[in-house]
Write a protein that binds this ligand. Structure first.
Ligand code: GTR
Length: 406
């Protein structure tokens, strides 16, 4: 007799809900097809050759994957201060919540900065998934009025305060002398497909096949935050690390590639469409991501559904576009959906670009074991555990930022 519990287990495990890993995809190294990758430094024998090669590669990735975002007139960015700064973390930090208005959207920043600093501080900038009020339990954090996922009527509520706080190591960040700036991604562009009628897209004509999807829109939003940071006085805009987890890690990578003002770039478990090589077809595939999230990439990317081998580049090119700025990619051992080895190989194959431009790259050609970070001009670690961003990850990002930005 099979018990009800076993039946339920079998039912949910076919859906991939028990393991967290969807079924019907490849998780076997032996099943990875043969693939060939373009050489990022083809025709580049010295530093001076890189800008031209980079421009060619940038346009390839932009027009086939993320999509071109519109120009922005900085004079149209409006800043509103409608809240008071408050003291947090037993007086060690100050919290502020300015609102930026651009492309007809109001986007509220949540900023934590060290109280005692007399000079502008370096910062981490990254989106959150569910609203600023989920990042920390402080009750004066404004609750977003925009669409939020997985909630009744897609409305955020008081009950969500601090529910994502394990993902934001605010005290370590502040105590290490950094500010943290976070924004709810849904205030820039809600994370569902409606033919680009919502979010910042609504302010522009419907995207053509080579024009911006939501990830490119989110990255563009981070550039607007950067426009603001260039004007305000507490944060040193020349030392901003852009960071993101998962879909927001894909976003931080594209933000770093498309805007050279980001001094350092961090991708946490970004997987398919982020750091992982697509041609390995390990875990999530191009077809799956374009089907589940038709709004994330530009329409041209859909021509590679089930045809990864036809892609004129792979994700090591996205990594290369960030050079010479420091780049950190992190994976998690149980996050097979995001293909940890594919994420490592991407940075490994971008290493030659870093070597030519800076003389320094990834410290090892071999993938390190779990919880054994390697940090050169490129950093990488494989954290023990599941798809998530934890204090362990933050400790390594802070160390990496200390090495490069202090
Ligand atoms: C998954 C998606 C991944 C990743 C993840 C996330 O459903 O397949 O590519 O982005 O969502 O953002 O949490």
């Amino acid at each position: 007799m099979i018990s009800k519990v076993t039946l339920l287990f079998l039912f949910f495990s076919t859906l991939g809900i028990v393991t967290g890993i969807p079924k019907g995809f490849n998780y076997e190294e032996s099943e990875v097809p043969n693939y060939s990758l373009i050489n990022p430094i083809e025709g580049v024998s010295k530093k001076e050759d890189w800008p031209k090669r980079r421009q060619f590669l940038y346009e390839l990735v932009e027009s086939n994957m993320f999509g071109k975002a519109p120009e922005f007139d900085r004079k149209s960015l409006k800043v509103t201060i409608d809240t008071q700064d408050i003291s947090i973390l037993n007086g060690k930090g100050i919290m502020s919540q300015p609102v930026l208005t651009f492309a007809n959207k109001e986007v509220r920043l949540l900023i934590f900065r060290p109280k005692l600093s007399t000079v502008p501080v370096p910062a981490f900038l990254g989106y959150n998934f569910n609203g600023n009020h989920t990042v920390h339990s402080e009750e004066s954090i404004k609750i977003t009025e925009e669409w939020v996922p997985r909630k009744k009527d897609n409305k955020a509520s008081e009950g969500d305060r601090g529910t994502s706080s394990s993902r934001w190591d605010v005290s370590s960040i502040i105590e290490s002398g950094y500010a943290l700036i976070t924004v709810y991604c849904g205030e820039v562009d809600p994370d569902f497909h409606d033919e680009f009628k919502n979010g910042i897209h609504a302010n522009y004509p419907k995207p053509k096949p080579h024009e911006w999807g939501t990830i490119s829109g989110w990255a563009w939003g981070l550039s607007r935050v950067m426009d603001y940071l260039e004007e305000e006085k507490f944060i040193d805009e020349s030392r901003v690390s852009v960071i993101g987890h998962s879909r927001l890690g894909k976003t931080s990578l594209w933000a770093g590639a498309s805007d050279p003002r980001f001094a350092l770039v961090i991708s946490n478990n970004s997987g398919c469409g982020g750091a992982a090589l697509s041609k390995r077809k390990f875990g999530e595939t191009v077809k799956r991501i374009n089907t589940s999230f038709p709004h994330w990439f530009c329409n041209n990317f859909k021509q590679y559904n089930d045809k990864e081998e036809n892609l004129p580049f792979d994700q090591h090119i996205l990594m290369s576009l960030i050079a010479p700025r420091p780049l950190y990619v992190a994976s998690a051992s149980k996050d097979l959906w995001a293909d940890p080895l594919g994420e490592f190989l991407s940075v490994k194959y971008a290493d030659p670009v870093y070597r030519i431009l800076t003389g320094e790259g990834l410290p090892s050609k071999k993938m390190p074991g779990t919880n054994k970070p390697i940090q050169g001009r490129i950093g990488y670690h494989l954290r023990e555990g599941k798809h998530d961003i934890t204090n362990y990850d933050w400790q390594n990002y802070i160390k990496f930022a200390n090495k490069h930005l202090k």
